[in-house]
Design a protein around this ligand. Sequence first.
Ligand code: NAP
Length: 259
Amino acid sequence: MLTSVAGKSVVVTGASKGIGKGIARVFAKNGAKVLVVSRHLDEAEAAADELRRMGCTAKGHAADVTDMGSMQVMADAAATAHGGIDVLCANAGIFPQAKIEDLSAEEWDFVMGTNLKGTFLSIKACLPHLKKTGEGRIVITSSITGPVTGFPGWTHYGATKAGQLGFMRTACIELAKYGITVNAVLPGNILTEGLIALGEEYQKSMAASVPLKKLGTVEDIGYAALFLASKEAGYITGQTIIVDGGQILPESLDALAQA
Ligand code: NAP
């Protein structure tokens, strides 16, 4: 069991629901002090309150990853509330679908601004605090979509998720001198509130293309992030962990059928 995040200060962006909420829960249950961040304070605070009711240390905070000033206030709030920042999970992201012919320049910029620039801004804002620890950890939530696979309607989204990895591979070199590691988790299809709302039939059809025949849970991503943030993972930087139940591996439908 990885226990080294106990007592650490962790910032999770996009933590009011979905994968970020799962990441926050896994860290909090392992003894970390978590700042739960989303644009809506009531939702961030509700998620933090769930953690407090489980006996964990957590605080809700409203911030927008597209805004540098907002990120700086977030970083200072985490440092003030929890005595610094040891770990940043840059997780906030959006995935509106639009095929190239329907995709506007404005929507392209919005997705870039949130997923890619938002990753940069959250890291830049937390950096002065992460540097102080001498062993800071940054865990980026990317995706299999973009770095490995494609899906119609997600050219912009896929570009941001692949872009996060390009960013990471230089960031890890720049930040190594401070003892900071930068890694990424690449989720496959994860059972978030959004996917649950699409109904069981839809979930079943998605699970059919996964060798493990089930969708991932938000905790599955949380545990991968927990590992990358642990002391035990201190010599791993600039790397990715795919958490997808084997989804990217079958080379054809037949490969699944014959298994
Ligand atoms: P989600 O359930 O829609 O949750 C997104 C979270 O991000 C919410 O807390 C949302 O709260 C917050 N958020 C959105 N825009 C923000 C902004 N500008 N500033 C701050 N917070 C913001 O999404 P999810 O499915 O968990 O996805 C989370 C991450 O996982 C994303 O980076 C996504 O690309 C990645 N991912 C997801 C899957 C999947 O199967 N779900 C698969 C691969 C990768 P507010 O709206 O209140 O701000």
